[in-house]
Ligand binder design. Structure first.
Ligand code: C2O
Ligand code: CU
Ligand code: CU
Length: 499
């Protein structure tokens, strides 16, 4: 294990192993990266467009399913879907009424957004679903993709993985329709979540083509007096998409939207990386992020950080307080190394202008959670993420995903501690369905954070230790790397919780 320099933002590091940019740069481990690894490979022809770090000169794995090899989007239309170039726009909001939300989501190509694009309900990203703990959410998915199978996953929700709930083993064939029903527990954490297809082998293609949407569980810290009055802004971060102007990343389907605040004005931003493979290493010029939630869970205390690395699938809820008049870029800073290297790009432009307003007081204490550090552990396991083990491009504990094999059996109600080991030279964002976890240690060093996450990045050659309690739901579900190319190529495993 090479030493990693301590990142400059201590709070972020303590809280958030996603603040991995600084940790990743310049370590000896980087040397091992290079030609052989598929990394965040996308089709070679797409890579030829020369987006650095996004597949240029890289090859498709020999084992790549045919669908992936063919999935080269050729842009022939302007990407802009919103009201005009660079205009801020948010997807339509569908909200539960009297405890019920019924949604029709048709997954279909969206040629208006460019060749190869796909979207839910004709909007990219899909509509935002808002509901409350205790609600019932019914989503009727229609597969109008014109060929491939698809299905639906509600990322981060603590709901049953069985039957017609969050069951990713279901496959909805082209032309078919299926209604998922999610009973949201009365004590469900409030926060930012997202939905996306989870059809093994097609996940990268479908998500990277645009199939994703946000969900907000309301309540919880929404009701804190300092937070309740704040305007909210939802950010569904996607990309890269290929356009005539090159590769772009988008916020709510728009390249570099412009937003305006008055000096001193405070907003609440829900940031969600709903891309298939890319990280967003977010920093806003001249402004700290006042972090209040991660992965749909509140933090116990506000944490002020200068940058937040969101791996694919991860969310951060932050407060922003506008500084003096001026123009500030929200950037994704350069991140990663070797095959995972991403250049810096602009996400949005903030203009602060107009009459100054008195800055609202920011909350300090938020919502406390049980600290699993003090809990009795029923069982310990080690889970190893591998590349090139036994001829497999990507595997977990020596095996590639097989939907007929249960890799891990857990007793309902047990609290388990898992050491997640990364035996490769790339980052792998570990994600598990149904139950969130607390990060206990990174590379064996105590982490000291009391928050819940559903995704955490495993450093190259390193480890992350988590604790999780398997509550409320029995059934089969999955854990996997949330770089969807890796998942599609086998870095996923089946877990079953038994009564
Ligand atoms: Cu967001 Cu199993 O996925
Ligand atoms: Cu998930
Ligand atoms: Cu991975």
């Amino acid at each position: 294990m090479p030493d990693r320099p301590v990142p400059p933002v201590v709070a972020a590091r303590r809280l958030n192993c996603r603040s991995l940019a600084a940790a990743a740069v310049g370590t000896a481990g980087a040397v091992a990266l290079g030609g052989g690894l598929a990394g965040m490979a996308r089709p070679a022809s797409a890579g030829e467009a020369g987006h650095p770090g996004h597949g240029a000169g890289r090859r498709v794995l020999p084992s790549a399913p045919a669908a992936m090899a063919q999935a080269t989007p050729v842009a022939d239309a302007d990407f802009q879907l919103g009201p005009g170039p660079n205009r801020w726009v948010e997807p339509p909001v569908l909200r539960s009424q009297a405890g019920v939300l019924e949604v029709a989501l048709e997954a279909a190509p969206l040629p208006a957004a460019g060749t190869g694009r796909m979207a839910y309900a004709g909007t990219l990203p899909g509509p935002t679903l808002r509901f409350r703990p205790g609600d019932t959410v019914a989503v009727t998915l229609t597969n109008a993709l014109g060929g491939d199978m698809t299905n639906l996953h509600v990322h981060g929700l603590h709901v049953s993985p069985e039957g017609n709930s969050d069951n990713v083993f279901l496959m909805i064939a082209d032309g078919e329709q299926f209604t998922y029903v999610y009973d949201i527990p009365a004590n469900h954490p409030a926060g930012t979540y997202w939905y996306h297809p989870h059809h093994h082998g097609d996940s990268w293609q479908q998500v990277s083509s645009g199939l994703a949407g946000l969900m907000v569980v309301e309540g919880g810290q929404d009701d804190l007096p300092e937070i309740a009055p704040l305007p909210q802004r939802l950010w569904a971060l996607q990309g890269p998409f290929r356009t005539p102007d090159g590769w772009v990343h988008t916020a709510n389907g728009v390249v570099n939207p412009e937003i305006t605040l008055q000096p001193g004005q405070t907003e609440r931003w829900r940031l969600a990386n709903v891309s298939a493979n890319d990280a967003f290493n977010l920093a806003l010029d001249g402004h700290p992020f006042h972090l209040i939630g991660l992965d749909g869970n509140p933090l116990p205390d506000r944490q002020d950080v200068d940058d937040i690395v969101l791996g694919p699938g991860e969310r951060a809820d932050v407060l922003i307080q506008a500084e003096a008049a001026g123009t500030y870029l929200l950037r994704s800073l350069a991140w990663g190394e070797g095959g995972q290297r991403q250049p810096e790009f602009t996400v949005a432009t903030l203009t602060v202008t107009g009459a100054a307003v008195a800055p609202a007081p920011l909350p300090t204490a938020l919502i406390a959670l049980e600290d699993l550090a003090g809990a009795a552990v029923d069982r310990r396991r080690t889970v190893v993420f591998q590349e090139g083990y036994d001829g497999l491009p990507y595997s977990i504990d020596g095996a590639a995903f097989d939907h007929d094999v249960v890799n891990t059996v857990v007793q309902l109600g047990d609290l388990e501690e898992w050491e997640l080991r990364n035996d490769s030279a790339e980052w792998h964002p570990f994600h598990i369905h149904v139950n969130d976890f607390q990060v206990m240690a990174v590379d064996g060093e105590p982490f000291g954070a009391v928050n819940r996450q559903d995704t955490v990045a495993l450093p190259p050659g390193g480890s992350v230790t988590i604790r999780t309690r398997f509550t409320d739901f029995v059934g089969r579900f999955v854990y996997h790397c949330h770089i969807l190319t890796h998942e599609d190529h086998g870095m996923m495993a089946v877990i079953e919780v038994v009564p």
